[in-house]
Design a binder for this molecule. Sequence first.
Ligand code: NAD
Ligand code: AKB
Length: 308
Amino acid sequence: MKPKILIIGAGGQIGTVLVESLVKRYGTGAVIASDLKELQTPCASIQLDVLDANKIAQTIEQHQITQIYHLAAILSAKGEQNPIRTWNINMEGLLNVLEAGRTFNLDKIFYPSSIAVFGKATPKVNTPQDAPLVPETVYGISKEAGENWCNYYYKRYGLDVRSLRYPGLIGYQSLAGGGTTDYAVDIFHYAVKNKDYTCFLNKDTRLPMMYMSDAVRATIELMETDKSNIKIRTSYNVSGMSFSPEEIYNEIKKHLPNFNIDYKADYREEIARSWVESINDSQARKDWNWKEQYDLEKMVADMIKHLS
Ligand code: NAD
Ligand code: AKB
């Protein structure tokens, strides 16, 4: 049966690209994009607050929704400015979606987790799927709890919730907002305008990252794989690449030799230091054949081509 998809939080960095991809794949009529803000999308769109459980229910009934991609959240850096509000939006939002999924017997739900679930107790290099999670931001705490709620709804109610622990995402189509990995998007917008960039992380702070086209493909591949392939019901590690600000700067400089960077670390450096450097995603590769297509070199070339 053809899916009817509701995307919640569709106006953000990932949603902007995911909407286009889902519309291309399933057709304009198969996708409803929603966000707090008004959207301009190639499919129907509505304003929807994920904290409004009644409106989620109405929307599911009215549009005969069979799947939800729940993207709405407050990210790591912005989350620290108001921890309780962040917890409420991230957790109540997810619980509203899971309850709607259970009540309306939806086919599938997608929940994005994050490398923010890791903490200083986690092995930093080639971090395994079942690594200890002791997150230090409210965002990370909410994502870790979220993963466990997804697992609970699967085990208790059989709700088919699928999830990825995205690394920092980089794309030319949209700007990043409120995250610790945002520098890796911002840097390109300065570089192509011949402006110097001041980075808010130290030059050697290495983090796991992924190109947006890989992230969207991973999401759709996970959602389309046969249910029997999914062995992880908390959230899958997925890996794309791993680099430091200095390494991405050096790669950009190969294309734009006059580009300059300096470093002024702020509170986001501490957040980044509590995360890991690289991810072991062998479980995702084994279960549903995940493989990234972009490394640092290929990603930088593609970003500059599109933004120039
Ligand atoms: P974003 O901040 O760019 O977009 C989030 C969207 O949610 C925004 O358009 C915002 O208006 C909307 N929103 C906020 N509160 C809402 C509410 N109460 N009701 C409805 N909509 C609301 O975030 P993103 O980068 O697109 O991330 C999407 C999801 O992926 C998030 O759950 C995030 O935690 C996760 N994720 C993102 C990254 C990344 O690097 N971008 C990495 C790991 C995980
Ligand atoms: C953030 O930096 O908060 C996000 C994430 C890795 O979850 N990009």
